[in-house]
Design a protein around this ligand. Sequence first.
Ligand SMILES: Cc1cc2nc3c(=O)[nH]c(=O)nc-3n(C[C@H](O)[C@H](O)[C@H](O)COP(=O)(O)O)c2cc1C
Length: 382
Amino acid sequence: MTRVDDGVFSGAAASARRRLPRLFADYVDGGAHGEWTMVRNREAFREWGIVPRGLKNVETVDAGVRCFGQEWAAPFMLAPVGFAGMLHPDREVGAARAALRCGVGMAVSTFSIDPMEKVAKVGGAPLAQIYVFRDRGLTRDMLARAAQCGIDGIIVTIDTAITPVRERDVRNGFRHLSRPTLIQMAGMMAHPRWCLGMAGRGTPTIGNLAAYTSAHGIMGQAKDMAAQIDPTLDRVGLEWLRSEWKGRLVVKGVMHPEDARNVIAAGADGVIVSNHGGRQMDPSPATLDVLPQIVDAVEGRGDIVLDSGIRRGGDVVTALALGATAVSIGRPWAWALAAGGETSVEKAIRALSQEVVDILGLAGLEDIAALRRRGPQALWKL
Ligand SMILES: Cc1cc2nc3c(=O)[nH]c(=O)nc-3n(C[C@H](O)[C@H](O)[C@H](O)COP(=O)(O)O)c2cc1C
């Protein structure tokens, strides 16, 4: 089984793997097909060093950044993670509270257990991740709900036209969870803390989607709604979405410069360079490897967030030096939530923020603007 290093989140990841029933731990950890993309995402960062610099005043280092119209205290956000609310009773709302306290951004997944309305109530202006559904009426309804609860930015994910095999999920029967087998039940009972926590929250539903499906159980709902994701979505479809949504529009899953140009031409305000953490295309290039081409294609016409494989402060600084506005983390916050709920998510965010600050200081950079000015010159290609 593929194991990539978990960086500053190693403790949280190990704890999550202990606390979660195998099928949820594997759901978070796993990737598509041979899981090569996950490995590449990490390996790409190893090819760069950050050059240490001295004789600069770095008594105070500010890692704050402006991205997608928001001010963040550190240059990263929590990526949308489906079913995160199944990992700990604090659910997505707990993660949103942690993000708010730390001053970083957060996106709530279409497939979240807590609905966007509840997450938005926490404050901190979360972004809502949506899909364009075959039924445009449903899509419109999601947009209306987002606007209604004060969400001003949406992220539309475009790398899920097909759902590839994730072998760990197949092995564990993850997608047939609505009728758990004896083995699955036994696996859950072997994690009493998780069971008790979940039992205390009642029967879970996919909070964002429950109203659109009559299917029972989160897996039935997920299956029903995943079939709604429109595989015919093209530039015209994106232009339709742009015309329907007046707020900020970000497109997630951009890995090719032509896609980046199309997305910006269709009126998007930003892109997320992402291979879904290796959960969709496998084999795919690492996001860091394609980033410079996307930066060239966007030509400063929108913010660029990079995700997939960010595990260390050095990874964040490397991505920013190569032109990303900010980055986002998926599994790391999911592990932290599973490990210890809201408190652990806060701890994880602070650990990554501190590494970013330390790396900036050691590179002689007092803030992100200084990093941008230095750009790739802050790096050493190994
Ligand atoms: C368990 C899990 C569920 C995810 N669910 C979604 C989702 O519902 N929507 C989406 O756009 N991306 C989803 N993603 C992808 C993340 O938003 C992000 O692109 C990815 O996790 C980044 O890679 P990393 O996990 O290496 O940080 C999911 C990722 C994980 C690990």
